[in-house]
Ligand binder design. Sequence first.
Ligand SMILES: Nc1ncnc2c1ncn2[C@@H]1O[C@H](COP(=O)(O)OP(=O)(O)OP(=O)(O)O)[C@@H](O)[C@H]1O
Ligand code: SF4
Ligand SMILES: [Mg+2]
Length: 380
Amino acid sequence: MSSEAGAATATIPPSGEGATLLEVEHLRVLFPIKSGVIIDRKVGQVHAVDDVSFGLREGETLGIVGESGCGKTTLIRVLVRLIDPTSGAIRFRGQDITASGRRQLQPIRSDMQMVFQDPQASLNPRKRIGQILATPLGIRGVEKSRVEAESRSLLERVGLSREALNRFPHEFSGGQRQRIGIARALAVNPKLILLDEPVSALDVSIQAQVINLLDELQDELHLSYVFVAHDLSVVRHVSNRIVVMYLGKLMEISPAEELYAKPIHPYSSALLGAIPIPDPKENRARSRAVVSGEPPNPINPPSGCRFHTRCPRASEICRSVEPALTEYEGGHLAACHHPQHVSAEEIAASSRSPASPLSAGEEEPQASGGNSGGNGARQP
Ligand SMILES: Nc1ncnc2c1ncn2[C@@H]1O[C@H](COP(=O)(O)OP(=O)(O)OP(=O)(O)O)[C@@H](O)[C@H]1O
Ligand code: SF4
Ligand SMILES: [Mg+2]
């Protein structure tokens, strides 16, 4: 490994141009499990987000993927401080907001907005769209006399007609409701929008329209996105980089196209193998690395590498030593003792990332004899 190992900063630097917007350092969220009729006793804890570090630059889209329960929603909820972290640090535009109180968070809450999976549930069914948009516009300080005009312009910006102002959420389709959710987020002029599975509940054709809208808005308003999905097919075209999570841990972080062409972590390969290909012939012909079984219990996660109970490449070291996050060429990082699709030379040139979990071992990744790697790389 190169001598860069153990460099100064703890966070993974965001890739590409642009100032750093958000930094997350060794972030943990452990939910206590309590039991007892009269006195609450803590009997365990759910490892929802467990020592995760990354950075995000202005104008960047970071995709976050992983199976149900791996901690995606918890991660973005703690970033906007809807829940408190157990430990670690969150910095937004250089300001440490890890322990900020409600007052200190107020101006930052406008800079960071959330869009939810279920637009039906996130819009108040008893309020007209005009009323729904008036609240955030008021927070932004828009004068009462200007609220209606601003609301109309927001609706037009997300591709809805001005008449929508007087209607109720149930009068719209799922895709239109999601556009309203996006308009509400835009009303406060945010810098960052955290989208929690924003298109999962929509038909495929509508998904593409909403993703195109997000793309246009990003260019127009220079927004940054954290885009959560449980499936790698959705985030491919929207993300600059993608984070793969498993059982609360960061397994791989990579420039988007690189992840599809050359997944280094076996779990990423398994997620790629689960993406359906429309052509049945091509589907049958490709070699799939499908992960078997259910994820283990996050209350009592496996020792060593959390993925070892389901990994086809697992060896003795995987069961006892947590792998460090290793940085390969091109800002591609993976936490695996037996990385795939990397040569012995690439491993020799790699370095241990300072964003490695604090409990990770010192062991370096082992070359597997060339870059054959067992699980075939999918071509982009
Ligand atoms: N308030 C809570 N109290 C206790 N456990 C929780 C709480 N919220 C989430 N969890 C647990 O934390 C883990 C991560 O949950 P989270 O909702 O973040 O996962 P997710 O990746 O968003 O899943 P999905 O794809 O199903 O939305 C799960 O095991 C979940 O049961
Ligand atoms: S460290 Fe071992 S168990 Fe974990 S992903 Fe790599 S090969 Fe599989
Ligand atoms: Mg979720």
